[in-house]
Design a protein around this ligand. Structure first.
Ligand SMILES: [Zn+2]
Length: 255
């Protein structure tokens, strides 16, 4: 499932999209769990599995971008690198009388808030995270979103994450990424920056959006469906038609 996100997708968004807490928190929790001989919950297994998947997909970064890692390499990279720091963090948690679960939840929320710059379509997942009181609650809520990915084709799932995070092949992001042929973040219509919201809203350069709205509902409703992963296929198919990199996938899906 973990695939298709741009390399520049913020880690915090990947963490939320894939149900994986920040790496060092996770490692600290593992050590604390072991030392406290806490019950291993189902979450642990989910986290292990998802963490390894992320490492294998995004772990190695070379000149040609991310390279997949072997299971062996990923398992090795999985180990904490600074054990002293980990021990120290665990000591601090225990001194505060918090369980590791409580600390992971709270820290995850704090970091998400601290790192939140501007709004992105991924916010609804972030909101879920912030409202949760313990990891099990986060798991339950975010699982709902993960399940919805399973109904999608792989390229649809990739595009959904791209649309939510704003790291998508539209000018605003491409310009920020300094793609050479992109001289401006603005849409060709000149009205606004070219974002998912802008193209779905429709403009001189995106007249097809009006037909999509007639069939599927107003822009805000379309955005809401992308956020929730709810009945997203028609919206994703339309976006694919706008994005040259998805044209082949679209042809294969509609033949
Ligand atoms: Zn426009």
């Amino acid at each position: 499932m973990v695939a298709g996100a741009y390399k520049a997708t913020p880690i915090r968004n990947l963490e939320v999209e894939t149900l994986v807490p920040p790496l060092d928190l996770y490692l600290n929790k593992r050590v604390a769990d072991f030392e406290a001989r806490l019950d291993q919950s189902g979450l642990q297994v989910v986290m292990d599995d998802a963490r390894l998947k992320i490492l294998r997909r995004f772990g190695k970064r070379g000149r040609r971008g991310c390279r997949r890692m072997s299971l062996n390499a990923a398992t090795k990279a999985f180990k904490p690198t600074d054990l002293d720091q980990t021990q120290e963090a665990i000591g601090a948690w225990q001194a505060q009388g918090n369980s590791p679960d409580e600390v992971v939840t709270q820290e995850w929320k704090n970091r998400f808030l601290a790192s939140q710059r501007g709004r992105s379509l991924a916010d609804i997942q972030g909101q879920t995270l912030l409202e949760a009181k313990e990891p099990k609650e986060i798991e339950k809520a975010l699982r709902k979103y993960l399940r919805r990915h399973k109904k999608l084709r792989k390229e649809e799932s990739s595009l959904l994450i791209q649309a939510r995070t704003g790291r998508i092949g539209l000018r605003k992001f491409l310009f920020l990424r300094r793609v050479p042929s992109i001289a401006t973040p603005y849409c060709e219509c000149g009205e606004e920056e070219e974002t998912v919201y802008h193209v779905l809203k429709g403009c001189a350069n995106n007249p097809g959006a009006y037909e999509l709205q007639r069939k599927e509902g107003p822009t805000d409703a379309l955005i809401r469906r992308l956020q929730e992963g709810d009945r997203v296929r028609p919206i994703l198919r339309w976006l694919m038609g706008r994005l040259p990199e998805y044209r082949l996938a679209l042809e294969l899906a509609t033949d």
